[in-house]
Design a protein around this ligand. Structure first.
Ligand SMILES: [Zn+2]
Length: 70
């Protein structure tokens, strides 16, 4: 579920700079624990794409994206 407020700003892909994982909020599961990510650890992407998150070396969340590398 996308969140319209800061720091999520309605973005689809949200990185956690603490775990270096990226989440797809359109496929979010309760296991993602998005609401437990500290706001200072929330990273959004421009463009808001999975490819951009990969370019920045974020690993996939195993729950909402899959194919986690680590
Ligand atoms: Zn996730």
């Amino acid at each position: 579920m996308r969140r319209p407020y800061s720091p999520f700003n309605n973005k689809r892909f949200i990185g956690n700079t603490n775990t270096n994982e990226v989440h797809d909020l359109d496929s979010e599961t309760s296991n993602c624990k998005i609401n437990e990510i500290k706001h200072e650890h929330v990273k959004t992407f421009s463009p808001d794409t999975h490819a951009e998150a990969e370019n920045q070396d974020f690993d996939n969340c195993a729950w909402c994206i899959g194919n986690s590398k680590y």
